[in-house]
Design a protein around this ligand. Structure first.
Ligand SMILES: NC(=O)c1ccc[n+]([C@@H]2O[C@H](COP(=O)([O-])OP(=O)(O)OC[C@H]3O[C@@H](n4cnc5c(N)ncnc54)[C@H](OP(=O)(O)O)[C@@H]3O)[C@@H](O)[C@H]2O)c1
Length: 314
């Protein structure tokens, strides 16, 4: 099968389209024909050697999440059959024509493939962080990086809990944040004063989904490190702030959120789709930090028509 691989850390040029052996579903696993693979910032961070211990052995097939059609069911797996459409986490790398998965949920038929591939990481992360922060009705939540894929899901889930959400983003994303129910503020110098201006009552919790250096401001606004969680700032430990990394198995709950997305009650922007061979370009856009939505790879040329165009903004 075709897959993107790399055999050493480096820039996007280390990514190669290669012919590799197809994986087969072992006990507890299903195999997917990958229709859409989500590109995450962690993919380029791992590729660049940022935390070598996070990388699987070389050759690495990158990619954490995908949506696809089950084409093999391993021993002991129940409740799913060949032909089912699912979304979830891949254990063999999502930038490939086929991938194995153990943690997945059902994809509603009317949910677009690209949106489905965008949900697993963003939803699991935001549910985990909002739970860790104990975000509840009446809270005022400051969310850094609110227009990113993880942040935008976090905004919607926090608003659904009854929180007032102040989201940081560049001005071009402020209307988008308003459409999600957040109060937008620009990041950068003077952030604390802009937040105080829209939240004179103070902020009860902070979700940092940007990792762009706003922890000190967050601590200042909170009056300490309590109820602050970052998913992206490597300085968390030195500042005494909680870092939240990948969580426990989530597949059984993913279906609920996929249904919300199919009903238009949870939205994800898809910025751009790429054929598999353009993975390096997709990772470069991701590394730029302002993709304005999810970047998605489509491994199978035949699966790229606009068959689900109506579903793509859901
Ligand atoms: N620990 C975990 O479990 C976990 C899970 C998922 C993601 N992550 C990490 O979380 C981060 C976000 O992921 P993502 O998929 O949401 O990325 P993304 O879609 O690329 O979004 C990044 C966002 O950061 C915003 N941004 C850039 N500079 C900023 C600044 N100085 N202040 C505030 N916001 C800024 C951008 O907003 P503008 O375009 O408006 O500038 C953009 O919307 C990445 O570092 C990723 O690795 C961690």
């Amino acid at each position: 099968m075709k897959a993107i691989t790399y055999t050493g850390f480096g820039g996007p040029e280390v990514l190669r389209l290669a012919e590799v052996d197809e994986p087969h579903a072992g006990p507890g696993q299903v195999r997917l024909k990958v229709v859409a693979a989500g590109v995450n910032p962690l993919d380029h961070k791992i590729r660049s050697g940022w935390r070598p211990q996070l990388a699987p052995p070389f050759p690495v097939v990158p990619g954490l999440e995908a949506a696809g059609v089950v084409d093999e069911v391993g021993e002991g797996v129940t409740g799913v059959a060949v032909g089912d459409e699912v979304l979830g986490w891949t254990v063999t790398g999502a930038y490939a024509e086929h991938a194995l998965a153990v943690d997945f949920g059902p994809k509603p038929a009317d949910l677009g493939w690209d949106v489905a591939a965008a949900l697993p990481v963003a939803v699991e992360t935001s549910v985990r962080v909002l739970d860790a922060l104990g975000v509840r009705e009446g809270d005022t939540l400051l969310l850094h990086g609110a227009a990113g894929v993880a942040g935008a899901v976090g905004v919607q889930l926090a608003v659904a809990r009854g929180a007032t959400v102040i989201g940081t983003a560049s001005p071009g994303n402020h209307d988008y944040l308003r459409s999600l129910g957040a109060i937008p503020v620009a990041y950068g110098n003077g952030l604390a004063n802009r937040v105080r201006a829209v939240a004179p009552q103070g902020v009860d919790a902070v979700y940092d989904a940007a990792g762009a250096g706003d922890l000190e401001t967050s601590i200042e606004l909170r009056g300490g490190t309590g109820r602050i969680v970052t998913i992206a700032d490597p300085r968390a430990a030195e500042l005494g702030v909680t870092f939240s990394g990948p969580g426990a198995q989530f597949g059984p709950r993913l279906g609920e959120y996929a249904l919300l997305a199919a009903e238009g009650r949870l939205t994800v922007r898809v910025a751009r789709t790429f054929p598999l061979e353009d993975a390096a370009q997709a990772q470069e856009v991701s590394a730029g930090g302002h993709a304005a939505g999810k970047l998605v790879l489509r491994p199978w040329p035949s699966a790229r028509p606009a068959e689900e165009a109506a579903g793509e903004q859901r």
